[in-house]
Design a protein around this ligand. Structure first.
Ligand code: URA
Ligand code: SF4
Length: 188
């Protein structure tokens, strides 16, 4: 199964109630065999309208962070979300919705096989790194899980709400770049 085949299959998904509210399903985007995978929370309004992850204000900030360390969705990163359909009024995806949708993410992971996963924000960090993950305390710290390095960082939406965290978040992206270099990962 290729990533494109998986995406075609996913586009018809109606496994959880979030399918009711979607304009477009947001499967994910980026380099199909990226060594670095970013996982956000779920589509917002702009993402739902365009069918692409992180294309609103948060996305612009995320792309700036990525660019500052020579990373981009075009070149060397794959970006997906915990849930692929927009939660109503941008509420957090419910644990049971994540439990259902995570099967798609697992299959994406199995095809892409990234070496590093960055959890963008609390929702994915708590689901994928540890249930009591605290972004303020643990951001920028790498832990290994099943041979994959995982790190959680501030969600760009949280930085837009509280710009004081921007410098701390930037340090996380620098730490990611250092880890990439340390491991000798080729980012092209
Ligand atoms: N926030 C997310 O977590 N994901 C997106 O795709 C957009 C905003
Ligand atoms: Fe399917 Fe995930 Fe969309 Fe729910 S959120 S309908 S599980 S793709």
């Amino acid at each position: 199964m290729t990533l494109d085949e998986l995406e075609l299959e996913c586009k018809n998904c109606r496994k959880c109630p979030l399918c009711e509210g979607r304009t477009n399903l947001v499967f994910g985007t980026g380099k199909k065999d990226a060594d670095i995978m970013l996982i956000g929370e779920g589509p917002g309004e702009n993402e739902d309208l365009q069918g692409q992850p992180f294309v609103g204000r948060s996305g612009q900030l995320l792309d700036k962070f990525l660019a500052s360390v020579d990373l981009s969705r075009e070149k060397n990163v794959y970006i997906a979300n915990m849930v692929k359909c927009r939660p109503p009024h941008n509420r957090d995806p419910k644990p049971e919705e994540q439990d259902i949708c995570i099967e798609w993410l697992r299959q994406q992971f199995k095809i892409i096989r990234p070496k590093i996963i960055v959890c963008v924000g609390r929702i994915s960090a708590q689901r994928l790194i540890s249930p009591d993950f605290k972004v303020t305390k643990e951001h920028g710290t790498f832990v290994e899980k099943n041979g994959v390095l995982m790190m959680g960082t501030y969600h760009p939406a949280a930085i837009l709400r509280n710009p004081n965290n921007k410098e701390l978040a930037f340090q996380d992206w620098l730490a990611l770049r250092e880890k990439i270099d340390e491991l000798g990962i080729d980012i092209g």
